[in-house]
Design a protein around this ligand. Structure first.
Ligand code: NI
Length: 152
């Protein structure tokens, strides 16, 4: 995708934020609302779905590229608006560098760790048709949210 700052792109991004906020999600990828473009959004302030999570800057990232920094990986619980009601324990790189463009066509380049890095990896996976259950290594740690986290 090469056109930025267009009404079409602004509408897509507004729809994506509406969907993400309506579901209290940490992020969303355009294919999740049926748009096959390489656009992801993410951002976390206080999020009831992730009460322990640190904040993540609200970001629109277009044509993203992720590079791991080192080999370190962590397991963390993930959910996904495309896999409703479920949670799974997913390995992700602990430290990454990511880059892409904003909706205005400005270059974004950041390093991220921990939950921030996890959210970016999860959302970018959607652009390649990868959902988090495909990355779970131990299926004992995949199940219904209300069973795994009855107190949530
Ligand atoms: Ni997802």
């Amino acid at each position: 995708m090469t056109e930025f700052n267009t009404p079409d792109l602004d509408n897509l991004i507004a729809d994506m934020f509406d969907t993400m906020h309506a579901q209290s999600g940490a992020g969303l990828a355009a294919p999740q609302i049926g748009v096959m473009r390489r656009v992801v959004i993410f951002g976390v302030e206080a999020n009831p779905r992730y009460p322990e999570a640190e904040s993540v800057p609200t970001t629109v990232l277009i044509n993203p590229i992720i590079e791991p920094i080192g080999e370190d990986a962590d397991l963390g619980w993930e959910g996904c608006l495309s896999v409703p009601g479920m949670r799974g324990l997913v390995p992700r790189y602990t430290h990454i560098k990511y880059r892409g463009m904003s909706e205005k066509g400005e270059a974004i380049e950041r390093t991220a760790s921990d939950f921030h890095a996890r959210v970016v990896q999860h959302e970018c996976d959607h652009l390649d048709g990868v959902l988090y259950p495909m990355r779970i290594q131990d299926m004992r740690y995949f199940g219904f949210e209300e069973v795994l986290f009855p107190d949530l």
